[in-house]
Design a protein around this ligand. Structure first.
Ligand code: NDP
Length: 288
């Protein structure tokens, strides 16, 4: 068996078109959806990510502001800048690119972003809302994965889903979304005993560890859906995922490639979260 390739570029393009149409409607109502992206320091990968996010915003007709600060920016200055953006009515979404320099407390920074503008969905209030089944913002990467599963008509109700990786930004919110959709979910981490036992029992495997090629074909049940969230730079300088694509593709029912899988979906869902924030703000201003 050779698995279908789930095309994240194509699906993301459809979602971005929808965002552009919604942005055009809002703009005619006098609200131009706005996203502020803050980057502190010169991390090359982060620079690429923020540039891609800003370019995607512009293309969809959203207003975007990229603020770049030196690595020695103080925490106080960053918090103060976020507070100013919190009260700027032209900005509906605020994203602070992680990781931040070591002297800055990321948790404090995320908690300073208004929960209503937290388009990454990392604020503790948004994590709580997701956990209790009433999400305001879904974190972009797991939200994108859900859209991919939906596009493949994957039946989630009653499915066995195994998530490899338990981070706050991918693994844990992924588990919440799958569980809310009716899947039976296991979250594995670096201490999990016999990881392959878990993955071999899964109908859906989502891998987000940052360990290149760690999930191999022999760890996958024939026909399972495999979603590779990982973005790593291989020894040859090329991008690769956390899944060993060649061996898993031979066994899986469907698989996401890297690049061209989850990555483009993450950006598309950032635009979705921003447009939703702007639509909510517009409704709120009408009701005043
Ligand atoms: P983190 O480093 O925050 O978390 C990694 C998780 O993987 C941890 O829970 C860790 O376990 C677990 N883990 C590590 N090694 C193993 C192992 N051998 N077996 C089982 N679990 C393991 O990573 P992120 O979640 O931030 O990112 C993961 C990957 O996804 C990275 O490659 C990142 O670049 C990529 N990414 C891609 C995005 C996209 O848009 N496509 C967006 C965000 C991330 P423990 O808790 O025990 O330490």
């Amino acid at each position: 068996m050779t698995g279908r390739v789930i095309d994240g570029v194509k699906l993301a393009a459809t979602i971005r078109e929808d965002v552009a149409a919604r942005a055009a409607v809002l703009t005619t109502k006098g609200v131009k959806p706005g996203l502020a992206v803050i980057l502190v320091g010169q991390d090359p990968a982060s620079q690429v990510y923020v540039r891609n996010k800003v370019a995607a915003c512009e293309k969809a007709g959203l207003h975007s502001v990229l603020e770049q600060y030196p690595a020695d920016m103080t925490q106080e200055a960053l918090l103060s800048r976020i507070e100013t953006l919190n009260s700027d009515h032209r900005i509906h979404g605020i994203l602070v690119q992680l990781p931040l320099p070591k002297h800055i407390d990321s948790h404090r920074v995320i908690e300073t972003i208004s929960a209503q503008k937290d388009v990454d969905g990392f604020h503790v209030s948004n994590a709580g809302l997701l956990m209790t089944g009433t999400p305001l913002f879904r974190p972009c990467t797991p939200y994108g994965v859900m859209k991919m599963l939906e596009s493949e008509d994957v039946v989630l109700r009653g499915a066995v889903a195994v998530i490899v990786g338990a981070s706050n930004i991918v693994g844990k919110p992924m588990a919440m979304l799958l569980q809310a959709a009716g899947a039976t979910v296991t979250i594995c981490n670096s201490k999990t005993r016999d990881l392959a036992w878990h993955t071999r029992h899964a109908d859906i495997v989502v891998v987000a560890t940052g360990k290149p090629g760690m999930v191999t074909g022999d760890m996958i049940k024939p026909g399972a859906i495999v979603i590779d969230v990982g973005i790593n730079r291989g020894a040859d300088g090329k991008l690769c995922g956390d899944v060993d694509y060649a061996s898993v593709k031979e066994v899986a029912g469907a698989i996401t490639p890297v690049p061209g899988g989850v990555g483009p979906m993450t950006i598309a869902m950032l635009l979705v979260n921003t447009i939703e924030a702007a639509e909510r703000a517009q409704l709120l201003s009408r009701s005043r």
